[in-house]
Design a protein around this ligand. Sequence first.
Ligand code: GLP
Length: 235
Amino acid sequence: MNIIRVADEAQLSEKAAAMIAAQIRKKPDAVLGLATGSTPVGTYQELIRKYEAGKLDFSGVTTFNLDEYVGAGPEDPHGYMYFMRKQLFDHVNIRKEQTNIPDGCCTDAAAECEQYDRRIRAAGGIDLQLLGIGANGHIAFNEPAEQLIYGTHKEQLTASTIAANARFFRDKSEVPTQALSMGIGIIMEAEQILLLGGAGKQRIIEQMLASEITTRLPASLLKLHRAVTIIYIAQ
Ligand code: GLP
């Protein structure tokens, strides 16, 4: 593992965006795995700046997002496709048909998840997977559990995750309780993984680094991957 400690959010975003930009320059038809949450927002802003400065071309890039709330369609302002458009896609020259996210409004979740994994494989797999981390150690929406699931699947969110997500909603009762999430196996198949720990995540990142590999702390499984970079804010 390549561990980079930074002092603040600006440094985190700058370093993360530099890594993603390097991947796109090396392979203009790169397949990126993307994350939502507040942590990657600054990184997306840096990428937009590079694009606007004429230093980055997204026209060949394909993206697969980690997760989507059950019940959220592409126009839902609380949904993750909407988030991605506002934070990144609407501001760069990515082809919208090359941006992928599980369909939270599908009628058959099992079929949608299976098809999502097939689409990732058909695209040649993920070159660089960007990840945040939940305060409970989850990655994507793979919550701490006795067992973790390999492929994309429907996940029941834990009370602590629902509480953490409530800040984006008017009322706690509106917070989705389920999501479609890439599974741990699919995440681990990425060539390279970049995990970001923003403000408030030092404790869980350091706990993960010290931890044994356990499904009770899903991010600890990343220790089995051969090309992980962790950038986190350390005080
Ligand atoms: C959600 C997402 C995760 C993300 C996490 C942390 O749970 N499903 O992919 O890593 O939020 O979010 P934040 O960056 O806002 O702390």
